[in-house]
Design a protein around this ligand. Structure first.
Ligand code: LER
Ligand code: MN
Length: 270
């Protein structure tokens, strides 16, 4: 497994669960100094990820790109995949597709988390799931052209009513033949929604595509009450070799959170 840490390029997401907020260059420098293998980028849009420049920057610091988030489509533009208006849904898809292409050129997958949406006015739960399946099909195919999976992230109940449990999401992907889509397993959300996070990881096996390495309170692993040992044992037993990426609050400071994350990574995952 490899370590990664989040860099947020979106001022509106300053209060979000991201460690570094002072631009890509400073974020990469800090990530490399603390000892991470990779960075996970949360851009305002694909325009924030100029491929050649980002590649040069991460490579200069001996890093790679673990994944690129799409949540700014929701945070900044209120775009999501279950909007009742087809034209707005199409814009949401275009926003994500552009990030899939930039991430793909950087050898990384894109994440659908906050942009998945939820049941809403004029959109029943079944209709929302049908919209989600359609979008994941189109966008998963797009990701596969880059040799990347598309990462779909079940969230906790306060952020979506589509999928909150990993096993149900995995069954949905299976039923719809969405073979290009893998699951992003965020240990913060799983702490809320899963009876046994380690067992949930074992049950979905090779659908695990990425892991957000966060403690129960969304602080760095070791600052809450999650026991990472059975979780890492489960990931090993399913043969997971991807990233453990610190999508966490920068508390008490960005640097403290980064150092605690890498320490927990080294203690439990290497
Ligand atoms: C995104 O990765 C996520 O976990 C959501 O809770 C948005 O913050
Ligand atoms: Mn997450």
């Amino acid at each position: 497994m490899r370590s990664a840490i989040t860099i947020c390029l979106v001022p509106e997401a300053r209060q979000g669960p991201f460690v570094f907020h002072d631009g890509l260059e400073l974020g990469c420098r800090a990530a490399a100094e603390v000892g991470f293998d990779a960075v996970e980028i949360f851009p305002g849009s694909a325009a924030d990820v100029p491929v050649d420049e980002v590649r040069r920057m991460v490579t200069a610091h001996g890093l790679s790109v673990a994944a690129v988030g799409t949540g700014a489509g929701w945070v900044k533009h209120r775009l999501h995949l279950c909007d009742p208006d087809a034209a707005t849904r199409a814009r949401a898809c275009e926003f994500i597709a552009a990030i899939i292409d930039a991430a793909g050129d950087l050898g990384a997958p894109a994440i659908i988390g906050s942009m998945q949406g939820r049941t809403g006015e004029g959109v029943s739960h079944d209709a929302a799931l049908a919209m989600l399946a359609d979008a994941l099909g189109i966008l998963g195919e797009r990701a596969s052209r880059h040799g990347q999976p598309l990462l779909y992230e079940p969230l906790n109940r306060y952020e979506t009513d589509l999928f909150t449990a990993q096993a149900r999401a995995a069954t949905f992907l299976e039923l719809h033949g969405l073979h290009d889509v893998k699951l992003l397993c965020d240990l913060f959300h799983m702490n809320i929604e899963e009876a046994d996070p380690a067992a949930a990881l074992m049950a979905i096996g090779d659908r695990v595509g990425h892991v957000h390495w966060a403690d129960s309170n969304r602080r760095a692993m070791g600052m809450g009450h999650t026991d990472p040992q059975p979780i890492v044992a489960a990931l090993r037993s399913i043969g997971y070799t991807g990233f453990l990426s610190a999508e966490i609050f920068p508390l008490p400071t960005s640097l403290d959170a980064a150092r605690q994350s890498i320490e927990s990574f080294r203690t439990f995952a290497t």
